[in-house]
Design a protein around this ligand. Structure first.
Ligand code: ASP
Length: 312
C-alpha cells in the first residue's frame, strides 16, 4: 500500500478591524468574541476536513458570522443614517475567477448566499437593491423581516454617532464586516465577504466589501483576499486585487503583499485590514488598526483566534 501525503488545506476568517483594545474590552467580552470566531472557524474547517471545496468552506464560515449578532453582517448589521440595515456581500472562486456580489439588500437573511447564487445561477457578477432581492427570491434564497437584522446595540451606536456629530467617519469605529478565505486540499482558493457597511452611511452607499477587486478577490494564480475597514479607501486602492497582483507579478509572499498594500491604504488615510489565503496553504493577516477579530486553522494543526495586534 502506498501512503499518499495529506493534502494541505487552510482557512482564515475575520469579523472586522477597529479600535478594540484590552483596556476597553473586558475578559468576558473578549471570550464572547473568541467563541463566536471559533464557531465560525469550526464551520469552515468541517468542510475542508471532509475534503470539501474552498468555496463551500468560506460560505459556511460567513453564514455562521452573519447569523451571529456580534458582527456587522446580516444579524447585528449597522444602521444607515436614516435607520435602516442595508447589506452587501460578495464571493469569488479562485479556480475560475467566477464571482458574485449583491448590495443594498434589506430582506435577505444571509447575503452571502445571494452573492453565491448570483455567481452560480446567472450571467451577471453584481446585482443591487430590489433587482438583487428579486433574483434571490427567484432562486430560492431565504428572505426575512428587516427586524431580524436590527439589534439595540447597533441602534445605540447610530444614536451616539448622530449625537457626537462625528461626520461620516467615526474615529472610534469598530468595523465589523465579516469574511473568510480558504485553500482546499486541491489547492483552489476562494473568498467571501459580508457587511452592513458603516454606521451612519448614506442610504445607497456601497463600500468595498461587495466590490470585486476591492474588498473581495480570489485567483488560484495568487491568493484569496477578504478585507475590512474604511471601504472608500479600500476601493480607491483596489486592495484585494492589488495584493494578488503583487504576489503574481512581483513574487511577493502573501504577508509581504498584504503588509505593503495595507501600508498604502494607511498612506491614503484609511484604516482596516485583510486576511489572505494562498494556494500553497499559507495564510496571512495584515491590519493598521489596534485590533482585528480574526482566526485561522490549517491541516498541519495550526489553530488560533485573536483580537488585538501583537503590540497590544
Ligand atoms: N469595509 C466595510 C465598508 O466600508 C466596513 C467594515 O469593514 O466594517 O462597508
Amino acid at each position: 500500500m502506498t501512503l499518499t501525503s495529506e493534502k494541505r488545506w487552510s482557512i482564515a476568517i475575520h469579523g472586522g478591524a477597529g479600535t478594540m483594545r484590552p483596556e476597553i474590552m473586558d475578559e468576558t467580552m473578549q471570550a464572547d468574541y473568541k467563541a463566536a470566531l471559533s464557531a465560525a472557524l469550526d464551520a469552515g474547517v468541517a468542510v475542508l476536513e471532509a475534503g470539501g471545496r474552498a468555496m463551500d468552506a468560506v460560505t459556511a464560515a460567513v453564514i455562521a458570522l452573519e447569523d451571529d449578532p456580534h458582527f456587522n453582517a446580516a444579524r447585528g448589521a449597522v444602521f444607515t443614517y436614516n435607520g435602516i440595515n442595508e447589506l452587501d456581500a460578495a464571493v469569488m472562486d479562485g479556480r475560475t475567477r467566477a464571482a458574485g456580489a449583491a448590495s443594498g439588500l434589506r430582506h435577505v437573511r444571509n447575503p452571502v448566499t445571494l452573492a453565491r447564487a448570483v455567481m452560480e445561477a446567472g450571467p451577471h457578477v453584481f446585482l443591487s437593491g430590489a433587482g438583487a432581492e428579486e433574483f434571490g427570491r427567484d432562486h430560492g434564497i431565504e428572505t426575512c423581516d428587516p427586524d431580524w437584522f436590527a439589534t439595540p446595540e447597533r441602534w445605540r451606536q447610530l444614536e451616539e454617532l448622530k449625537a457626537k456629530k462625528l461626520g461620516w467617519f467615526d474615529v472610534d469605529l469598530k468595523y465589523g464586516t465579516v469574511g473568510a478565505v480558504a485553500c482546499d486540499g486541491e489547492g483552489h482558493v476562494a473568498a467571501a465577504t459580508s457587511t452592513g457597511g458603516l454606521t451612519g452611511k448614506r442610504w445607497g452607499r456601497i463600500g468595498d466589501s461587495p466590490v470585486i477587486g476591492a474588498g473581495t478577490y480570489a485567483d488560484d494564480r495568487s491568493c484569496a483576499v477578504s478585507a475590512t475597514g474604511a471601504g472608500e479607501f479600500f476601493i480607491r486602492e483596489g486592495v484585494a486585487h492589488e495584493i494578488g497582483a503583487r504576489m503574481r507579478l512581483a513574487g511577493e509572499s502573501a504577508q509581504q503583499a498584504a503588509d505593503t498594500v495595507i501600508g498604502e491604504v494607511g498612506a491614503l488615510g484609511g484604516d482596516g485590514g485583510v486576511i489572505v489565503a494562498a494556494p500553497d496553504g499559507s495564510t496571512a493577516f495584515a491590519f493598521n488598526t489596534p485590533g482585528m477579530y480574526r482566526g485561522r486553522a490549517d491541516s498541519t494543526g495550526l489553530r488560533e483566534v485573536a483580537i488585538f495586534a501583537a503590540r497590544h
